[in-house]
Design a binder for this molecule. Structure first.
Ligand SMILES: Nc1ncnc2c1ncn2[C@@H]1O[C@H](COP(=O)(O)OP(=O)(O)OP(=O)(O)O)[C@@H](O)[C@H]1O
Ligand SMILES: [Mg+2]
Length: 435
């Protein structure tokens, strides 16, 4: 019998049948659905035997104990998507502001390891602590790198820019980080991810409870977004079947992994797995059913653009056999660009602007699950709260602060970023400018 490679990949036995290997995330999904409990068995490599899950210390944290449930955030949401500049960071910050204004405790995490800038959007130019302090063990407890923001109940873990080693943390380090994040007492943890489909981005996306993919309606962004969804699914399947060589052979086949066109739909892949391993096929169906990325279509200029969101949904169902939940669209709005220049989240800068109204609806109805009627009242409450927060939000005096986005930057004056362009050409260089 295959053994557990690590605690991140375990076999389980339910009703005398063996399944797996599963990642903790997949196990948690099974627990939520009532398909696995503390009384079922997990294979312990250390003890070379099956033991009840309740006694398996390394995975204790996935079961909702009363103490842990009280401490653990209700939802960890990752915001990703293949293409750069589609609005992941500005949306994350405004979703954070919106949820906090509705009374939720929120921690936003800048997990863009190559180009952290969430702090800048929040008007924090020189964060006191960053991710880097945690990785270098300068700060041991993750709670000590959580920064306050000008918005009540909204906290931030700032990313570390320009640190080469950090741009590629190991899978285990990422899991450790997520594990510690779950210890933070908050209602929501929002992860702002970097562009692209590298392992770093994908792993953070997959370890969250929910993943939101952001795209704009342009063809290149749509393609990258779909590719991101596909790579996430393949990575999840590969993690789930790591110990099963025959299934891995199918999952790693060239026709499935070749970039560009899809050469074989997931339904065919499933058939191939069914032919060689019935129980693995059942498990694969489970992974396909639980892999439900959410989608936000940003920078919508005309009604027809909305079809692009539906197109992604259709393609994911047809080709990948998964459901994508289309959360909605955010209008293209010059107010968003202005807010970025003012270093304020757009929802706060102008709660009445078209993009803010779209996002407010999305937060109350789709993220908080309000009905349309209560969502309407929630939206009004949100607007009132935002107006109050806005009045108290401090002015940021760029010229006197950080080396980047200040007159100290050598690029100052030639910078498209200030005029609504993106990305800031020297944003990765911030540490070099630090005096
Ligand atoms: N709805 C919108 N309307 C108008 N402009 C927008 C909208 N959303 C985002 N933008 C603009 O797009 C720019 C890029 O946004 P953002 O930095 O959030 O992208 P990103 O996806 O996080 O990029 P990266 O992948 O590089 O981290 C912002 O500076 C903002 O000006
Ligand atoms: Mg970003």
């Amino acid at each position: 019998m295959a053994r557990i490679a690590s605690i991140d990949n375990v076999f389980v036995r339910v009703n005398e049948k063996q399944y797996g290997p599963f990642s903790p995330r997949e196990l948690r999904a099974m627990i939520d659905k009532g398909k696995f409990s503390e009384n079922d068995l997990i294979w312990s490599e250390d003890q070379d035997q099956w033991i009840t899950a309740a006694d398996f210390n390394a995975l204790r944290y996935i079961f909702p104990s009363e103490e842990a449930a009280a401490k653990r955030p209700k939802r960890v949401i990752a915001v990703g998507g293949g293409k750069g500049g589609v609005g992941k960071t500005v949306l994350t910050s405004s979703i954070g502001v919106g949820l906090a204004s509705l009374g939720k405790d929120v921690v936003m995490v800048d997990a863009d390891l190559g180009g952290a800038n969430l702090h800048t959007v929040m008007g924090i130019l020189e964060p006191e602590h960053t991710f880097f302090d945690f990785y270098t063990l300068a700060v041991e407890d993750i709670k000590d790198i959580v920064l306050s923001t000008p918005v009540e109940r909204l906290k931030l873990i700032s990313g570390a820019c320009g640190t080469l080693g950090l741009a590629n943390p190991k899978y285990q380090q990422k899991l450790k980080f997520i594990r510690q994040l779950r210890e933070i007492d908050a209602d929501f943890i929002l992860l702002d991810l970097g562009a692209g489909s590298s392992f770093n981005v994908i792993d953070f996306f997959l370890t969250a409870d929910e993943g939101i993919v952001v795209t704009n309606p342009e063809p290149m962004a749509i393609q990258e977004c779909f590719n991101f969804i596909k790579i996430c699914l393949l990575r999840r399947l590969q993690l789930a079947f790591r110990g099963n060589e025959r299934v891995m052979e199918i999952l790693e086949s060239d026709e499935l992994n070749r970039p560009g066109r899809i050469h074989i739909p997931m339904s065919e892949v499933l058939k191939k797995v069914q032919e060689i391993d019935q129980s693995a096929a059942g498990m694969m169906e489970e992974v396909l059913a639980t892999n439900r990325p959410k989608l936000i279509l940003n920078m919508v200029m005309e009604k027809d653009d909305i079809k692009e969101g539906i197109a992604i949904q259709t393609a994911a169902a047809e080709l990948l056999s998964i459901d994508v939940e289309f959360l909605g669209y955010i209008t293209y709005d010059q107010g968003v660009r202005n807010a970025v220049r003012e270093l304020r989240p757009f929802l706060l800068q102008n709660p009445q602007s078209p993009a803010s109204q779209d996002l407010a609806k999305l937060i109350s109805v789709k993220i908080l699950g309000q009905s349309k009627i209560s969502g309407f009242f929630e939206k009004r409450k949100l607007r009132k709260q935002l107006m109050e927060q806005r009045a108290e939000y401090p002015e940021i005096n760029l010229q006197q602060q950080a080396p980047i986005c200040s007159i100290k930057c050598f690029y100052w004056g030639d910078c498209d970023y200030q005029n609504g362009g993106h990305p800031c050409a020297v944003r990765h260089l911030e540490p070099i400018f630090k005096q």
